[in-house]
Structures are given as C-alpha cells and as structure tokens.
Design a protein around this ligand. Structure first.
Ligand code: GDP
Length: 525
C-alpha cells in the first residue's frame, strides 16, 4: 500500500468499545450494529455466545452458568464506507482489569445506559477510565420502549454523577407504552416509533423546528412536552462543542431501544460522522508516532489462551498504532529486541476468525502465540527503537495461596500458572523465603475461572487457600530488610522480582510506617 492508500485506509477506521453496566443492553446493541454491517449470517451469535451455543472453549461454562460475559473479543465490519472495529469488554466487575486494558486500545467509547435505571456503578467505573484517557465518549440511553426515567433527569445525571457535559442529539417523545419516537434536532426530523412495522418513518421538521401544520402529532401532549424540553435545552443547555467532544469533556447523547432496533441506526450514522479515526500515539522512545507513518507498530493489550478447544492455541491481541501489517512480515519485539515473523495472524469478523491479508493503524490483529508475547509488549518494523508505555495494572486486593493437589503433577501446575499469569488472567506472587505461590485478583470470580481453567486446560487440580483482603505495597529493594516481615504482613516478590508487602489491613500498614518512617511504600509498581 502506498502512502496515499494508507492514509485513506486509516481515515476509514473507527475503533471503539461499548461500556455499560451488565444488562444495560450492550450485547443487544452490538448485534444490531453487526446487522447494519451486513453480517446477517452471524446475527444472533453475540447472544448465542452468551447462552452457550457458541462456546469457544470449555471454560466458558462458567460464563453460561453465571450468565455473564467473561471474555472479550473483537468484531470487525464495514458500514457506510467505514471499517468498524468493536472491542468487546467483559461486563463483570471482577474482570475490570481486562476491560481496562481493552480500553487502552480504542479511539472512542460508546456508553450504553439503561434509561430506567440511570447510571449504575460499573458504568461509572469504566467511564472514569475513558475520561482519564481523554477519548470521546458517546452516550446511548437504551430501553426507551419501556417506562424510563425523565430524560431531563438522565441528562442531569451525566453532569452530576459523571461530571461530563451532555449534549442531547435527539430527545425522546415519551417512553414505554406512550413512546412516540425521537425529536431529532441533529437531523432535523422526528423519527416515528412504530414497533410493529419494519422500516423507519420520518417526519421532516420546518427550518424553525416545527412539524408541518397539519401533522396530528403536533397536537399530541406527549410530543408537546418533549418539544418544550428540547426548546428549553436549545436555549439554556450546552452548546455543541466538537473540541470538547474530541477530548471527552462533552458527550453527545442519543436515545433509543436496542431491542426493537429503534434509534440505533440514527445513533450509528451520527457516531460515525463524529468519532475520530486513529490518531497519533505517544511512545516512550521518541515523540508521538503518526498512524500513517511507514513504520509498522502495535502493542499487545490482551492474551487469550485456548480459544479453540481443538487447538491449544494462544492468541495475542495487538492494536496497530502505525503503518500497515503485511502477512509474513518480520517485526522486532521491543522487550527482547528479538525478531519475530508474523505469519500466522487472524483478524476478527464477527464470530469467524478470518485470515488477515493486510491491516492498518486502528485495526486489531490476533497473533498466534507460542509464548513470545506478554501483555503490554510493543512490536514494530524498522531499525529505530520504538516502545509504547506500559499498560496500567490493577493492584489486586484479594489473595489466595495456591498449590497443586497432586504433588506429582508439578509440571502441568507450573505450566498452567505460567501461561495464565502471562495472559493477565491473574497476578502471581512468590513468598520470599519459602517460595510459595500466592495469587492476587481484583475479584473472587477470577480465582474461580483460574481454578476451572487449570483443571480443564492443564489437567491440574489446584488447592486454593484464601488469605482474604490485603493491602499490597511495593518497597524499594534498596530499603528492604527481610526482618521487616512480621506476622501482620507477608513479604513477596511479584513476577518481575520486585519486592512488596501484603499487609493484613490499613492498621498493619500504618504500624509499619510508624516503625520505619524512612521507608517509601507505593501502591503501584
Ligand atoms: P448486556 O449485559 O449489557 O450485554 O445486556 P443484554 O444486551 O444482554 O440485555 C440485557 C437484557 O435487556 C436482555 O433481556 C435484553 O433483551 C434486554 N434489552 C436490551 N435492550 C433492550 C431494549 O432496548 N428494550 C428492552 N425492553 N429490553 C432490552
């Protein structure tokens, strides 16, 4: 691909994730988007994956049993001359670390909110991560086919709870049984809600935003109320500000219903106009790198093992930040400075994994991994060194001692642990003197998945002994004296060999600090 071709290809990319609290409708809306992308054959698979008909591997039984989506995957499709990459994120909060890293690989986010419930805890958490990154956030208020909260209240909540300016692109005319449709000030039309009929019905608005005189909807009270609110917002509400949107300080708000496919396409069309194509990326080795640079570069944000139970493979998910990927190319792995040939690579079309011919900045590629890659790794072409910043890690709060049930099966135990840790499924610590293994996680479910996968994928039964909540604090190795370890803390090494204490509680930490006032403890590495 020449420079011009690369520029055009990058400009077409839209890479985003949907963030929401479980049950807000993320899966349903994803399915609708895939349908618009013409992926009719696969329609239903996102759901099916949830209900278990599309189990990628045995351990998804855990998902089935609990009815939650644990894994994240990538879906790519074309729509309206754009190439869209949706990065799915696990809904359950115990897997927020996974989601967190996935959010590092997107250029914008869509926040789906259940309009009957308003902002829920998980939405708030994920929103904070997007805000920290300063990426554009688009809001879809879902389930308007049901009785919803007052739209004014929903919009006010965005400002009050999340601290982001809201700019309603359209406004619901009623909800639930009295749902009439959307007053769409952006497209200058009313989109009429007609649940029984397929197809979309619009009423054009006059230049001053009125329905035609003889339109019966004009005399409808529900419509009048919505129109008044919209007028009020136009006069006293926020001004549309493209720059604020680009920096994640203002969110365009859309209303609709994913289930009955109402307002979703209106959302998608406007979203694609406003959402950014891939931009430059910050590196630690040089200044920024442009997505259209000739040098290919990518970072790995996720590793997933055994997606296919028939082939024991591992896939490293890489977000391309610059240049073009060409099958069979040789790249340098920044961490080791070794050369790796990328010959076995997949890209993600809905549920099928098709072989990639070429992909450009903004795309996600899946690299078959035989143990070369780690989360956070940078790969690149060319002689000039290049590395992306380390991905942030969550500090685990829950800990368990882990050992093999059968001491004769040490080999599979070690292999399993090593791979799952590398995959980022769980954190591993080793006690200083006795070399025992301790696992750290953000949530309980991570341990259960770990145990299940050790058994299913590595044929290793493990014993988990809860140590409960601990406060993890790293210490400068220079300042460490092994005598500092006591009954109220456990001295361990993380997987990079860095020492840290697992304190029983805050008191134990304070007691320690009082005793060793010169010692610097940090909550993150
Ligand atoms: P997720 O957990 O965010 O992926 O949520 P799902 O897409 O699985 O939706 C959760 C539940 O809400 C399912 O029973 C959906 O059928 C339902 N749902 C999703 N969108 C809508 C909607 O627009 N209206 C109504 N009434 N139900 C919806």
């Amino acid at each position: 691909m020449n420079k011009h071709g690369l520029q055009a290809a990058v400009a077409k990319r839209r890479t985003f994730a949907i963030i929401s609290h479980p049950d807000a409708g993320k899966t349903t809306i994803t399915e609708q988007l895939l349908l618009f992308g013409g992926i009719v054959r696969e329609a239903g698979t996102v759901k099916a994956r949830k209900s278990g008909n599309f189990a990628k591997s045995d351990w998804m039984e855990i998902e089935q049993k609990r009815g939650i989506s644990v894994t994240s995957s990538v879906m790519q499709f074309d729509y309206d001359d754009k190439r869209i990459n949706i990065l799915d994120t696990p809904g359950h909060e115990d897997f927020s670390e996974d989601t967190y890293r996935t959010l590092m690989a997107v250029d914008s986010a869509v926040m789906v909110i259940d309009a009957a419930k308003g902002i829920e805890p998980q939405t708030k958490k994920l929103f904070q991560i997007c805000k920290m990154r300063g990426i554009p956030i688009f809001t879809f208020m879902n389930k308007l086919d049901r009785d919803s909260r007052a739209p004014m209240e929903l919009v006010a909540q965005l400002e009050e709870v999340l601290g982001i300016e809201a700019y309603p692109m359209n406004w619901p005319i009623g909800s639930g049984r009295i749902f009439r449709g959307l007053y769409d000030r952006y497209n200058h039309r009313v989109e009429v809600f007609q649940p029984a009929t397929a197809g979309r019905v619009f009423k054009k608005l006059t230049p001053d935003g009125q329905l035609e005189n003889d339109d019966e909807l004009a005399s409808d009270e529900i419509y009048q109320e919505a129109k008044e609110e919209m007028d009020l917002i136009s006069e006293a509400g926020n001004q549309f500000d493209a720059q604020k949107i680009a920096q994640g300080q203002q969110t365009p708000v859309f209303f609709g219903s994913a289930l009955v496919n109402f307002g979703v396409q209106t959302f998608l069309d406007a979203y694609l106009e406003m959402a950014p194509a891939p931009g430059p990326h910050q590196t630690t080795t040089a200044t920024e790198i442009e997505p259209t640079a000739e040098q290919f570069s990518a970072f790995i944000f996720k590793i997933q093992a055994n997606m296919n139970p028939h082939h024991r493979d591992r896939i490293a998910f890489a977000r391309i930040c610059s240049g073009e990927f060409v099958k069979g190319m040789d790249v340098t792995l920044s961490r080791t400075e070794k050369s790796v040939r990328l010959s076995n690579v997949t890209e993600f079309m809905a549920n099928t994994r098709e072989n990639v011919e070429s992909a450009v900045a903004g795309d996600i590629i899946g690299l078959y991994d035989t143990g070369n890659f780690q989360i956070g790794d940078t790969i690149h072409t060319g002689k000039a060194a290049l590395a992306y910043p380390k991905l942030p890690q969550f500090t685990p709060e829950l800990f368990m001692r882990v050992s093999p049930k059968n001491v004769m099966k040490q080999k599979s135990f070690h292999k399993g642990i090593q791979q799952l840790v590398q995959e980022g499924a769980i954190q591993l610590y080793t006690t200083y003197l006795t070399n025992q293994y301790i696992l750290g996680a953000v949530g309980q479910l991570q341990f259960e998945v770990f145990k299940f996968r050790m058994k299913n994928e590595y044929n290793s039964d493990v014993l988990l002994e809860p140590l409960g909540h601990k406060t993890a604090r790293w210490i400068d190795p220079e300042q460490l004296d092994e005598k500092m370890s006591s009954a109220r803390n456990i001295l361990v090494k993380d997987r990079n060999g860095a020492p840290l204490f697992l304190f029983e509680n805050k008191f134990a930490e304070r007691w320690f600090q009082d005793k060793y006032p010169d010692v610097q403890l940090t909550s993150k590495l």
